[in-house]
Design a protein around this ligand. Structure first.
Ligand code: SF4
Ligand code: SF4
Ligand code: SF4
Length: 507
């Protein structure tokens, strides 16, 4: 007798179909990669099995008669504040499989979201506000080490710097597309990010999966990543981008490596990553050549040598308890950009317990890293970029006021093209055609349409950032950087305010 695993008795979602409006077109059957809808030959109409539904809403969005509703299952276990249904279902699943729980996307736990407890200032009478529609408003940002002082010589063509600046990454918006590897997301999305970044004058990050040969043409808007697995890393790759990023840690899974399941490694991914087709691509937890800041320094300078000191080198770490000390070491090791990825950062696949319990909020990590680098007098030796849970333009403004030079957006860019945060990226069956390399699914993303949507998002945020800056009486993003007086806390305790370095509202 076949006994259904216990975990499958307790599904999270219910599919509701208004039978009178359903025209049996089978669109939902074709759209659901989890086979939750199917044709019933005996009854001659489309039926469903809610137990298979992961709540991605693709079928409901595509149904031509809008007769589908996906609901959270209303019946649940008896209320118990300790043994919530999430923990009960986790245990059922682990007792069924004996395996580690996996998740995609970011930490959904109800931990404090400090962005929501910080409020922005606005000008009133003195220092009047600026209308960004009538006056210039500068969002251009340069990432890289800045000299302690600059010396000019005067020439007939105007003032010229006496010493060349260290290499800089020029961005027209203080926003970049975060590292999402080719393989974790598919080629169409990489093309889209590359084209959107080029249109916008910003950068996208390859992630740890190498760079597809067709994307070398977008090198001026590409940051190439070097991670512990060194997938797809070679001299031409390092020289293809406008910056190189060494990934030491990732916010969604600090302290552990990466894992791209073999099912997602098709021929193209295999060639780009330089790993066998169909085999799991596992990047180790540490870089096996980095066991100290001195080792990291060696790698930074090896990359600088390989790229002839033309491009800035970034080092990305997860936001953890001692992020300020680590960041200080990274800057002293010669990095031009420090990237801090908070615990709400997205991922294609992470052990659920790591994703939900390791790391700290990016807002706290950012403020404490900025403080530490200022206290040590080395803040201008590197730019700070933050990632992990940036949801809207106000989050960007608050991040910059806390001390960031720019932000990375990953999840927001995927939401722009349809992601509904169903969290099943690791299955390779993403019904929105994003976190999948299956031929029939990835064609759901048209690179031109996706590029336009991503570019629209950043432009819209750019307009909003200009409005917020103007409202504060500032006419450039540079004037906001680290200007914490423009922030006030609401509903935060003394310790939180102290770490963030802001006053409480009313003060
Ligand atoms: S897509 Fe909508 S109308 Fe078509 S079969 Fe499914 S539920 Fe019915
Ligand atoms: S397409 Fe998504 S929402 Fe619809 S039934 Fe399948 S898994 Fe559920
Ligand atoms: S990328 Fe796809 S699988 Fe991942 S959360 Fe978004 S919709 Fe779900």
């Amino acid at each position: 007798m076949h006994v259904k695993p216990l975990s499958q008795h307790f599904n999270d979602f219910v599919i509701e179909r208004e039978r009178a409006r359903c025209i049996n077109c089978e669109v939902c059957v074709r759209q659901c990669s989890y086979e939750a809808h199917f044709w019933d030959e005996a009854r001659q109409f489309v039926v469903h099995d809610s137990a298979r539904c992961v709540g991605c809403h693709r079928c409901a969005a595509m149904c031509p008669t809008s007769c589908l509703t996906i609901r959270k299952k209303p019946s649940d276990f008896r209320d118990n504040s300790l043994w919530t249904s999430t923990y009960i279902k986790h245990i059922f699943k682990q007792a069924d499989t004996g395996g580690v729980l996996l998740s995609g996307m970011g930490n959904p736990q109800p931990k404090p979201i400090y962005w929501d407890n910080m409020l922005l200032d606005a000008s009133q009478v003195t220092n009047p506000s600026i209308d960004p529609l009538r006056e210039p408003m500068e969002l251009r940002t340069f990432l890289g080490a800045k000299p302690d002082a600059v010396d000019f010589s005067h020439t007939p063509e105007g003032p010229r710097l006496k010493q060349p600046l260290p290499p800089q990454l020029q961005l027209e918006y203080p926003i970049m597309f975060a590292a999402m590897s080719f393989g974790a997301i598919n080629f169409n999305l990489h093309v889209a990010m590359a084209r959107a970044a080029t249109q916008l004058g910003i950068c996208y990050n390859t992630g740890e999966g190498g760079l597809h040969p067709d994307l070398y043409q977008y090198g001026a808007n590409t940051i190439v990543q070097v991670a512990s697995g060194r997938f797809g890393v070679h001299k031409d790759y390092l020289n293809a981008g406008a910056a190189v990023e060494i990934k030491v840690g990732q916010g969604a899974k600090p302290g552990i490596g990466g894992h791209l399941p073999g099912e997602k490694i098709d021929e193209e991914v295999s060639r780009t990553r330089m790993v066998p087709q169909g085999s799991d691509a596992i990047s180790p937890a540490p870089h096996h050549d980095i066991y100290s800041i001195e080792d990291l320094l060696q790698l930074i300078y090896a990359i600088k040598e390989s790229t002839r000191y033309r491009v800035p080198v970034a080092v990305k770490i997860a936001a953890v308890h001692n992020a300020p000390a680590i960041a200080s070491g990274i800057v002293r090791a010669g990095a031009d950009i420090v990237v801090i990825d908070g615990f709400r950062g997205g991922t294609g696949a992470a052990p659920t317990m790591i994703r939900d319990n390791v790391g700290i909020p990016i807002e706290l990590a950012l403020a404490s890293v900025d403080n530490r680098l200022r206290d040590e007098g080395i803040r201008n030796h590197a730019s700070l970029v933050v990632a992990g849970g940036v949801r809207c333009s106000a989050d960007v403004v608050k991040a910059i006021a806390l001390g960031a030079d720019a932000v990375y957006i990953g999840t927001a860019a995927l939401v722009a093209v349809g992601c509904t945060l169903c969290g099943r990226c690791y299955t390779g069956k993403c019904p929105w055609g994003i976190a999948t390399n299956a031929a029939q699914l990835k064609k759901r993303q048209n690179p031109d349409v996706a590029a336009q949507r991503m570019a629209n998002l950043v432009r819209a945020w750019g307009h909003e950032i200009q409005e917020m800056l103007g409202g504060m009486g500032l006419n450039s993003i540079e004037s906001l950087r680290g200007n914490r007086d423009k922030l006030r806390g609401a509903g935060l305790n003394e310790v939180e305010l102290g770490v963030l370095g802001i006053k409480h509202a009313g003060l």
